[in-house]
Design a protein around this ligand. Structure first.
Ligand code: 4AZ
Length: 280
């Protein structure tokens, strides 16, 4: 009994080490960054055209201090996590927040866009992280990058296939962010499985979904929050998730937790439509 359990544990540890380090180091060629290439278990996005909706949320104006990710969902709208922007600092002073679009390196290139308003989901709950979504309205249209369509409630997010998550977040828990945009591909987990006692024990609500490897090793981490989870539905790219939370990063059975975009789709459409009406 204990022998098989021990073998299992060792296998898990080996898997984490192998997934986290070996393949990625080997995958690097001389043109890549010399730095550790991990998101946690990810690899560099080769071209911003591969994920053109990815933006960085930055403070400090020209200094571009990145603290969260986001996705262009229209030329002048960015979808992000509520927990990224739900503070008096930002909401009362949207002009202190800026968006960087159209670059793999948030601190150079692309374009820096001003923010005119922040709309937090009305059902956002900072205790449970229910409905962790916010829309950032840009002062001017993005001219770089490209919006992605949000997953509608009519479109299903299948359990099992991999989705792509990207960001400039930490490459290990408590570690520094990445200068280069990284991505990882992780399988979608059912809410039932993610609510098992050894995972999140009931904390996964209808507005969330989980993705990750059972044994860990690949995950989003601090600073990736607000950023995109996308996949192909039918023939097209769809934004299916927003990086939201998780216990640690890349830990066994502690999957990454994402806002389920189909659950906030109606609110997003209403909010953007309403503002467009007002602008007329
Ligand atoms: C964070 O703090 C965070 N492992 C984002 C994602 C995950 C954990 C923490 C998922 O922004």
């Amino acid at each position: 009994m204990s022998v098989s359990k021990m073998t299992f544990r060792m296998t898990a540890l080996t898997a984490v080490l192998a997934l986290g380090l070996a393949p990625l180091v080997q995958a690097q060629d001389n043109t890549g960054p010399a730095a550790n290439p991990l998101i946690v278990g990810g690899e560099p996005v080769g071209d911003i055209a591969d994920t053109p909706w990815q933006v960085a949320l930055v403070g400090g104006g020209e200094a571009r201090n990145q603290f969260c990710g986001g996705s262009l969902v229209a030329p002048n709208w960015v979808l992000t996590a509520a927990h990224c922007v739900d503070s008096p600092l930002w909401q009362n002073n949207p002009e202190r927040l800026s968006i960087v679009a159209g670059t793999l390196t948030y601190d150079s290139g692309g374009e820096l866009l001003g923010v005119s308003a922040i709309h937090v989901h009305p059902d956002w709950n900072a205790s449970t992280f229910d409905h962790d979504a916010a829309l950032v309205e840009l002062a001017t249209d993005a001219t770089m990058g490209m919006p992605i369509q949000m997953q509608s409630p009519e479109e299903e997010l299948p359990v099992g296939p991999r989705v792509r998550v990207s960001g400039w977040g930490a490459t290990s828990l408590g570690g520094p962010g990445s200068d280069e945009l990284l991505f990882a591909e992780v399988p979608v987990i059912s809410n039932d499985e993610c609510n098992e006692p050894e995972s999140y024990d009931g904390a996964i609500l209808q507005s969330m979904f989980c993705a990750g490897e059972r044994e860990g090793g690949v995950d989003a981490c601090q600073g990736d929050s607000g950023g995109p989870v996308d996949t192909i539905i039918g023939d097209d790219d769809r934004l299916v998730g927003i990086v939201s939370w998780g216990q640690g990063c890349a830990l066994r059975l502690k999957y990454g937790v994402y806002t389920r975009v189909s659950e906030i789709y109606g609110w997003a459409g209403e909010t953007m439509g309403m503002m467009m009406e007002e602008a007329k």
